[in-house]
Each structure stands twice: as structure tokens, then as C-alpha cells.
Design a protein around this ligand. Sequence first.
Ligand code: FES
Length: 104
Amino acid sequence: MEIELAPLVDLPEGRGVRADVGSERIAVFRIGETVHAIGDRCSHAEASLSEGDVFDGEVECPRHGSPFDLTTGEPRALPATTPVPVYPTVVRDGVVYVIIGEGS
Ligand code: FES
């Protein structure tokens, strides 16, 4: 299911935004013209990844510091060991959509 999130220009560059879509809590990150969407709940202790610092294609969990790859959802260092979900995104006519429930 494709869900409209926001106009691309309304997403801040290089930091996260949390979007609640139904029962899903999603962290959305704009890096230039690219938008990444991953599960917002850290797989270690459920901190909000949308509040983490972003650098080099990763977001650092604000609670204990595990960095998560924005493309794969994989943690790159402890203490988290389990990936978070990744949601495909589409930018169409300047509007960002996230796709829920298809391979996520
Ligand atoms: S809550 Fe994210 S690393 Fe612990």
C-alpha cells in the first residue's frame, strides 16, 4: 500500500522525521533527493531512530549509539544486533510516498 508522506521540499535535509502510518512507526530521512524510510523503533530498546544523528548513510541510535544503515536497516555496531524494517519510498511529482506491506 502506497502512503503519501509529505512534499520532498518539506523534509529536512540530513535529519530524521517520524511518521506514524497506521500501526507502523517510521523514521524518514532525506539525503539530497533520496528518501530513506526505516522502522523508527530501535531493535535494541525501542529508542526513536528519527531522533538520531545522521552521517554517511547511517543513523546513530540516540540512546545507546548503534548505527543503522539507512538502506538495509542493519545495525553496524553493538549493542543492537537485529535489523529494523526498511520501507521502499517513491518521489513522484515532488511528493514522497512510502510503501507499506510489500517486502517491508
Ligand atoms: S535503544 Fe538503540 S542501541 Fe539501545
